[in-house]
Design a protein around this ligand. Structure first.
Ligand SMILES: Cc1cc2nc3c(=O)[nH]c(=O)nc-3n(C[C@H](O)[C@H](O)[C@H](O)COP(=O)(O)OP(=O)(O)OC[C@H]3O[C@@H](n4cnc5c(N)ncnc54)[C@H](O)[C@@H]3O)c2cc1C
Length: 292
């Protein structure tokens, strides 16, 4: 990928606005995660940008590859763990993300952000936490998990319910033992096992019945395929968890990332600016509206 001239061009435009023009970042590490999914550690080339850039788990960047365009990608680690870098885990599905699969160490990518709302990590201190996610829904929640791990004493019972299509699609499997040893109850399930799989088979919402949740002190965080989110919400509501303590990260096709173009507008909300993390209380009215 030939991106060497691009920083000069962007800097000569004298940009300062994080929202409109990308800051260039170098690919510092590449970690293959699963079939068609890769994690990139990105280091801003301008040390001032690196110093200034702060984000919270749940937020996202517009990830730019010259000649291909931009895609919204969540931070998949928290600020402290990322050692000053930005970590993105990307599933290679379309125009931009497939081009990303050809990135090499030292290549440059553009990042605009951080955008959007974050997981309510402060508000849920002292509470039980249920993190229910599927497939590429784990990366946007991994930063929240890292935050909980580093502040474990601030949270009560923490349960992670994570599902993938097959064992080969599971993300970050080498980290599960660390999470478990920090007293996080990790439950992993797959839609289809293989000859090596001895764990759970079935979709994430199916396993809710295994657990007792105290509705007075439980917060639910969920991200993943919309059908899974829908059933996680049903399960949470069936357990009388209030709608302002069920948090959903919504993925919608977005362009500007800052509530200007209207591409991701749904009802009263711009998903990029008012979300992507919403309390379900805000979404109830628009939840059954399909993207168009
Ligand atoms: C707030 C937010 C955070 C996101 N975080 C991440 C993240 O951390 N990692 C990540 O990989 N993606 C993430 N996404 C999804 C990503 O932005 C989309 O997949 C995006 O469309 C990819 O751009 P593209 O140009 O590669 O694909 P496009 O050219 O836009 O899409 C090409 C084709 O792929 C299909 N497609 C698009 N997305 C998916 C998908 N997720 N699964 C299956 N098929 C798909 C489309 O329907 C289309 O047919 C996030 C989206 C949002 C809104």
């Amino acid at each position: 990928m030939t991106t060497t001239l691009l920083p000069t061009i962007a800097h000569s435009a004298g940009y300062t606005d994080k929202l409109l023009l990308p800051h260039w970042a170098e690919v510092a590490r590449i970690i293959p995660e699963a079939e068609g999914v890769t994690t990139y550690w990105l280091k801003f080339i301008d040390p001032e940008v690196q110093k200034r850039y702060t984000f919270e788990p749940g937020q996202f960047n517009m990830f730019y590859l010259p000649g291909f365009g931009e895609a919204a990608i969540s931070m998949s680690a928290d600020q402290a763990t990322a050692d000053g870098m930005v970590v993105h885990t990307i599933r290679h599905v379309g125009n931009v993300t497939r081009a990303a699969s050809r990135l090499k160490i030292g290549d440059l990518v553009g990042l605009r952000g951080p955008f959007g709302t974050a997981w309510p990590l402060k508000e849920m201190e002292g509470m039980d936490v249920v993190i229910a996610c599927g497939g590429i829904g784990l990366p946007p929640l991994r930063g929240a998990l890292y935050h909980i791990l580093r502040n474990r004493e601030k949270y009560a019972k923490v349960t992670l319910l994570y599902g993938a299509r097959t064992p080969k699609d599971l993300m970050y499997p080498s980290e599960y033992e660390t999470w478990k040893s920090a007293d996080i109850h990790v439950e992993v399930t797959v839609d289809r096992g293989d000859e090596t799989w001895t764990g759970r088979v079935g979709v994430v919402p199916m396993w809710f019945y295994n657990f007792r949740f105290d509705p007075h002190k439980t917060t639910v965080l969920t991200c993943g395929p919309e059908i899974m989110i829908r059933f996680v919400i049903y399960e949470a509501l069936a357990r009388r968890i209030p709608t302002d303590r069920i948090f959903v990260s919504l993925e919608r096709n977005m362009k500007c990332g800052q509530g200007a173009c209207g591409h991701c507008q749904q009802g009263d909300y711009f998903i990029c600016k008012d979300g992507p993390v919403f309390p379900f209380k805000k979404l109830e009215r628009i939840f059954n509206v399909e993207e168009y």
